[in-house]
Design a protein around this ligand. Structure first.
Ligand code: PLP
Length: 406
């Protein structure tokens, strides 16, 4: 019998947040167990709803959204994205500088595929949103991880970043606000990162999908606004999180900086955009309405807002567990708690996640799935409402009170 193997291109491509632990959880669910899922930033199952105007607009446009659109996206969506950035001080993003995608995910992979050659290195944060590491590897590049420093509120360690730049380095990935740590980067940090990109001729890939999910008065600063005209910057964002429509698959990418010098790269992006024909058309209609309408996310993140309160609840409860400590999240939907290695000498954190799942029916993501360097963290999504979140973190506490790593 012939055997059919995956391609060698996938040899270094890892995406463990949807790996064996999730498979085990799905099997348990099929057997009738109730699993509390704190593993993925998917808002809808936790009762978050999209703004009405976004839904109404998408439904209204459905009859006219039956054909393929321009491969780069419909004009109204690209205009809305360009106006979004222009209103935030980035005047150089015109309609021609915007691509719409089936979520940010598609554009991450597409842009890296268009840019990297075998052996090119890209600096990716650790911990990271692992799609970045996986997409660099899929595109034939080598992900090189720069540290984010927990002791410094998970800010990027800029000395480590610079020390890892080699003649093969082509780009730096910035995730701000950060998944999985919740860190938000200030102006000075972004200026120093842009300065390194300028000095070594690197492209900045700035993932800003959580740009509107900010707590405690934190402000979002666009990397592109700092990087200016002489650093090629790709900015990624979309509707999935701030507008609670992960399933619509609506994201975008905008390019700034020395575009003329990037003409060939841009041609490559357009080639790949043409090959996918176009992004999901009905969801593209939601973009203009979302960006232009009332920003209902504020009701969730300002004092009294559901997301803010759940974040605080999870933070308090986790820090009350002996042997667990977590930095506060200033943005996004996640906490990335540390398990004290003396209290819990874990060698395999995937096994830890599996043990927690089996014993307490709680699904979290283990830290090394985010390319974190030691098996001593996990990521928790604080999307469940108070009662469920209290139950979930309570069960994690109960589990840890007797846990001996194998
Ligand atoms: N970037 C980050 C940092 C994310 O956390 C996610 C999803 O969780 C994505 C990109 C993917 O977003 P999309 O739904 O637009 O593909």
């Amino acid at each position: 019998m012939a055997t059919y193997s995956q391609s060698r291109k996938l040899a270094n491509v890892l995406y463990d947040i949807r790996g064996p632990v999730l498979g085990a959880a799905q099997r348990m669910e099929n057997e009738g167990h109730r699993i509390i899922k704190l593993n993925i930033g998917n808002t809808a199952p936790f009762g978050f709803e999209a703004p009405d105007a976004v839904l109404v607009d998408m439904i209204k446009n459905l009859p006219t959204a039956q054909g393929y659109s321009d491969a780069r996206g419909i004009y109204s969506a690209r205009t809305a994205v360009s106006q979004h950035y222009q209103s935030r001080g980035i005047q150089t993003i015109g309609v021609e500088d915007v691509w719409i995608g089936n979520g940010v995910s598609e554009l991450i992979t597409l842009s890296l595929m268009a840019f990297l050659n075998g052996g090119d290195e890209v600096l990716v944060p650790t911990p990271d949103y692992p799609l970045w590491t996986a997409s660099v590897a899929l595109a034939g590049g080598t992900p090189v991880h720069y540290l984010c420093d927990e002791e410094d509120g998970w800010q990027p360690d800029l000395e480590d970043l610079e020390a890892k730049i080699t003649p093969r380095t082509k780009g730096i990935v910035i995730i701000n606000p950060n998944n999985p740590t919740g860190a938000v980067y200030g102006k000075q940090t972004l200026e120093r990162m842009a300065e390194l990109a300028r000095k070594y001729g690197l492209v900045l890939f700035s993932d800003e999908i959580y740009e509107k999910i900010l707590y405690d008065g934190n402000e979002h600063i666009h990397t592109a606004a700092i990087a200016g005209d002489d650093v090629l910057t790709l900015t990624f964002s979309g509707l999935s999180k701030a507008y609670r429509v992960c399933g619509f698959r609506a994201g975008w990418m905008a390019i700034t900086g020395p575009k003329r010098a990037a003409a060939d790269f841009i041609e490559g992006i357009n080639l790949l955009a043409n090959m996918r024909l176009c992004p999901n058309v009905p969801a593209q209609h939601a973009i203009q309405t979302a960006l232009g309408g009332y920003q209902s996310i504020n009701d969730l993140i300002l004092p009294g807002g559901r997301l803010l309160e759940q974040r605080d609840l999870a933070y308090r409860m986790l820090n009350d567990i002996p042997g667990v400590s977590t930095e506060q999240a200033h943005g996004a939907l996640y906490l990335f708690p540390k398990l004290d290695p003396e209290a819990f000498p874990i060698e395999n954190d995937e096994q830890f996640a599996l043990d927690l799942l089996k014993q307490q029916k709680i699904l979290i993501s283990h830290g090394t799935a985010f390319n974190w360097v030691r098996p001593d963290h996990f990521r928790l999504v604080f999307l469940p409402e108070d009662k469920l979140l209290t139950e979930a973190v309570g069960r994690i506490a109960e589990f840890l009170s007797t846990y001996t790593p194998r």
